[in-house]
Design a protein around this ligand. Structure first.
Ligand code: MV4
Length: 450
């Protein structure tokens, strides 16, 4: 087992990794930007180094600075958390060339799955359903129009280097397709340095269901079932839960087996998520792989009892997975509400500032994953998430009741938060009945369109 690792992140996920390490007896080295200097959670690490000014491009994203901290801190491995450098294959390679383990997949697996078109081809090879569309990249208008006529409008143009909703464009006729194609290519080139795009049939009002997997270096790949993340707004997830409500066991199992086939085919190791969209008839289609630990990993931890961060560290240092597929059982239901420093009344505008008063919930089945405290100043430079409230109960209706109770106990004063939004969602009949798709938030809350 490692003696000492660097946590290349900030906020709640840095704290989550530090906590796992402490329990495993691993020393931790934290990093911080000037805006995070003095943050209380840094005291829980054994050492902490400043990596630069507040802006992430000048601190948490600076590979040389992060590597310097790792070298000075004398660590054996780096945990990247999510965001920042977590899916940067170059950083991953640099770590390894400096003889530091990257706690995540190999650069090859990361590069392969980071290319959405290649991931889609791989999925086809192992009979994982993909949305009808182009066989590979689409080179010109003529090819795009031919595919659109074969599969029918509306179609979605996706950047092969995109993901998470970046670099997508819908088109409903030939004329719109021509301009969407040109725009998508230009945008993809500017944003990712890769103009490659492919075309898919546009699935209207899909549910977003993703499968958690973990793989070791001995060929063991285990699925930890699925999460439904359909309660989202502009590709920002707000509520996640496991298991997915109103999804037949047979489909859930089929999806999980698909996820494992794809992960095996890509020689993927460590924790990862295989993302699917599910249509009105419960047909599911592979969309992309997230080659990192995700924000919403706690709901899976709660229903399976498996610590994903500890498992990541274990497999990264060459241990076999300590459990087999047959040992993984989903018990009850877990729900997570993301608590963001945002004003849901003002188009979810960021609301940084000092938390004047903070009372956090507790009691049976309640988990609060957060680095914030009373008097903490939420900096304006980063993601606005300040905490995750997770509940775990025997049934979904009990989980909803527990979440309502816990949100009622949570008091955050001094800044706006997404708490009132969550209270409205939990009182909405569509959510209560488990009939949520990716258009739910916009339909039910009439938030301003783009
Ligand atoms: C789609 C789709 C409809 N049809 N692909 C958005 C994020 C990226 N991971 C894939 N996304 C979508 N791909 C086809 N062919 C709708 C979405 C989508 C979506 C997917 C998951 C979660 C939220 C979403 C919100 C809007 C659109």
């Amino acid at each position: 087992m490692y003696k000492r690792i660097l946590v290349a992140n900030r906020g709640e996920i840095a704290l989550r990794v530090i906590r796992a390490c402490r329990e495993l007896g691993i020393e931790t080295v934290a990093i911080f930007s000037e805006a995070d200097r003095g943050s209380a959670y840094l005291d829980l690490a054994d050492e902490a180094y400043c990596v630069g000014p507040p802006k992430s491009a000048q601190s948490y994203l600076k590979i040389d600075q992060v590597i310097s901290a790792a070298e000075v801190g004398n660590v054996e491995a780096i945990h990247p958390g999510y965001g920042f450098l977590a899916e940067n294959a170059h950083f991953n390679e640099v770590c390894r060339s400096c003889n530091i383990d990257f706690i995540g997949p190999t650069p090859d697996a990361m590069n392969l799955l980071g290319d959405k078109n290649r991931a889609r081809s791989l999925a086809r090879e192992v009979k994982v359903p993909v949305v009808p569309g182009s066989e590979g990249l689409v080179e010109d208008e003529v090819a795009a129009i031919k595919i659109a006529h074969d599969i029918g409008f509306p179609v979605l143009i996706k950047a092969t280097a995109g993901g998470g909703g970046k670099g997508m464009r819908v088109a409903s006729n030939d004329l719109a397709l021509k301009s969407a194609l040109a725009q998508a290519r230009t945008e993809a080139q500017a944003a990712f340095g890769n103009a490659g795009v492919y075309v898919e049939k546009y699935v209207e009002r899909p549910r977003h269901v993703e499968v958690q997997v973990i793989a070791d270096n001995f060929g063991n790949v285990v699925y930890l079932w699925e999460r439904d993340c359909s309660t989202q707004r502009r590709h920002q997830k707000l509520i996640e839960e496991s298991p997915a409500p109103n999804l037949p066991e047979k489909i859930r199992l089929d999806m999980c087996e698909c996820a494992v086939r794809l992960v095996k085919r890509a020689n993927y190791t460590n924790a990862g998520t295989v993302e699917f969209i599910v249509d009105q008839h419960n047909n599911f289609y592979f969309i992309e792989v997230n080659a990192r630990i995700q924000v919403e990993h706690p709901v899976t931890e709660m229903v399976t009892g498996i610590d994903l961060i500890k498992s990541q560290i274990l497999v990264a240092c060459g241990e076999p997975l300590p459990f087999k597929q047959k040992h993984v059982k989903v018990e009850g239901c877990a729900i997570e509400c993301r608590i963001n420093a945002e004003n849901p009344e003002a188009n979810f505008q960021p609301s940084p500032g000092v938390i004047q008063r903070l009372i956090t919930p507790g009691g049976p089945g309640v988990r609060w994953d957060s680095h914030v405290h009373q008097g903490y100043a939420v900096p304006p430079y980063y993601d606005s998430m300040i905490g995750k409230l997770i509940v775990h109960q025997p049934t979904r209706s009990e989980a909803i009741a527990c979440m309502k109770r816990a949100l009622g106990e949570l008091r955050i004063e001094g800044i706006h938060t997404t708490v009132p939004f969550h209270q409205q969602v939990l009182a909405h009949s569509d959510f209560v009945e488990g009939w949520v798709d990716t258009s739910f938030v916009e339909r039910a809350f009439l938030t301003a369109p783009r």
